[in-house]
Design a binder for this molecule. Structure first.
Ligand code: CO
Length: 141
């Protein structure tokens, strides 16, 4: 298993509309999706197209949000994870385990905000970087 293209950089924020406006005003990164609620994932998400990748802005939604703790530690928000595409998410999950890494949660891939299966690898395995692996979307380059 070898990771592919960097799909996006995840950024947690307490105020997704403010963050979206900042990326547009400060960097001209104004090609963004509308903010969408994902109640079953506990997040609100917006993707900003930056040409060769995307910034995924994430605001907590609901008490059980998986990014609530991150924002307690980083109240103004911050860079949360990096996401790489893989050809086969099950093979990638199995490879992570074989290589001694910890896949978060049950380890079963679930449908993320992009509509394709994802897993997360514990940051302790990558020197503090939370890594998301995503099944390469159909038709992606
Ligand atoms: Co992500």
């Amino acid at each position: 298993m070898k990771i592919g293209r960097l799909n996006h950089i995840g950024v947690a924020t307490p105020d997704i509309e403010a963050a979206k406006a900042t990326w547009a005003a400060l960097y001209g990164a104004d090609k963004a999706t509308p903010v969408k609620d994902f109640p079953h994932l506990g997040v609100k998400v917006c993707f900003i197209d930056t040409g060769n990748t995307e910034i995924e802005l994430i605001e907590p939604l609901g008490e059980g949000s998986p990014i609530r703790k991150f924002l307690e530690n980083n109240p103004k928000g911050g860079q949360h994870h990096v996401c790489f595409e893989v050809d086969d998410i099950i093979a990638a999950r199995d490879a992570m385990r074989d290589r001694g890494a910890t896949v978060l949660g049950s380890g079963e891939p679930y449908i993320g905000a992009h509509g394709v299966p994802v897993i997360f690898v514990h940051p302790k395995d990558t020197h503090g970087v939370l890594v998301e692996l995503m099944q390469k979307p159909e038709g992606a380059h």
